[in-house]
Design a protein around this ligand. Structure first.
Ligand code: F6P
Length: 328
């Protein structure tokens, strides 16, 4: 291992996700294992700009592996979008003697980190943490698995009441630009229809499918709608449209919202966060920079931040067919 890196900073940025604490813990513990110092910056890039940080050792991350949220807090810093903001952050890192940063977050975090590193020569490693799973270069992001389980648990409960009252429920789930949560939770919870941004199935098809379900003897139905769906109507307008066109249906809407971002992380997310962050520390010590660590084909791999940002993590469209077949 190289000896030029003596002190690593870590932060969490963007929308929080379950498993971020497990990730912070793994950074602090790996630093302790390799005998280097670790500092945690609060509120992502904003804490770097304000020099708001805390010294971390192996004991400062005790009992956090099971906790949702992030002990370092998270934010979306507008100031970091400016070169003055990034300069302030670089000055603060120098003063704090921080040699490299580990950035836990999504694509906005990586974009900021890439520009920062190019401008100020500070090595960064990105760790994908977002419930949306919309990062290229990794099959899974930290928090996605927990969010899926939260959604499935909620839809199971909705199904109980939907079937008691013979109702049609539209359940909106998160995923601003990506349908991973909707598609996989929809299949897992046995939804009749799944609407995602990647595939505009059209309103006619939705009506036709619901009509067919009704005729086949179904008395209640669940439609999972990704918040980024491009059908041209929000979930409330959608429910109204269906009620107008299929008056036999008694339609209700549930927006799951930020409940999907909270909660104790699943074992999968804890292990993923732990493995990715140990690797992130090791790669920095090997002299690597401006990369992202990911979980690909069951192993930990790295790619350049540039590649992670320029390609899209595509959903598996075969899953739409699976859902179609199973909702017969
Ligand atoms: O973390 C990503 C995400 O969960 C998106 O799916 C959602 O649109 C967004 O966060 C909302 O985040 P906030 O309310 O923090 O702006």
């Amino acid at each position: 291992m190289s000896t030029t890196i003596k002190r690593i900073g870590v932060m969490t940025s963007g929308g929080d996700s379950p498993g971020m604490n497990a990730a912070i813990r793994a950074v602090a513990r790996a630093c302790a294992y390799y005998n280097i110092q670790c500092v945690g910056f609060y509120r992502g890039f904003q804490g770097m700009i304000e020099g708001d940080y805390v010294e971390m050792d192996a004991r400062s991350v005790r009992n956090i592996i099971s906790r949702g949220g992030t002990i370092l807090k998270s934010a979306r810093s507008k100031e970091f979008l400016t070169s003055e903001g990034r300069k302030k952050a670089a000055v603060n890192l120098k003063e704090a003697k921080v040699d490299a940063m580990i950035l836990i977050g999504g694509d906005g975090t990586f974009r900021g980190g890439q520009v920062f590193s190019q401008e100020h020569g500070i090595p960064v490693v990105g760790v994908p943490g977002t419930i949306d799973n919309d990062i290229s270069g990794t099959d899974y992001t930290i928090g996605y698995d927990t969010a899926l389980n939260t959604v499935v648990e909620a839809i199971d409960k909705i199904r109980d009441t939907a079937s008691s009252h013979n109702r049609l429920f539209f359940v909106e789930v998160m995923g601003r630009d990506a349908g991973f949560i909707a598609l996989n939770s929809g299949i897992g919870a046995g939804a009749e229809e799944i609407l995602i941004p990647e595939e505009d199935l059209g309103l006619e098809r939705l009506l036709h499918s619901l009509e067919r379900s009704r005729k086949s003897g179904k008395t209640s139905s669940i439609v999972v709608v990704s918040e980024g769906d491009k059908i041209g109507k929000n979930v409330f307008e959608l429910a109204e449209y269906v009620s107008k066109n299929l008056p036999d249906y008694d339609s209700k809407v549930t927006v799951l919202g930020h409940i999907q971002r909270g909660g104790s992380p699943s074992c999968f997310d804890r292990v993923l966060a732990s493995r990715l962050c140990v690797k992130a520390v090791e790669l920095l010590l090997e002299g690597k920079k401006n990369i992202m660590v990911g979980f690909v084909n069951n192993s930990i791999q790295d790619c350049t931040l540039e590649n992670a940002l320029k390609t899209k993590h595509n959903i598996n469209k075969d899953l739409l067919k699976t859902s179609d077949i199973l909702s017969t």
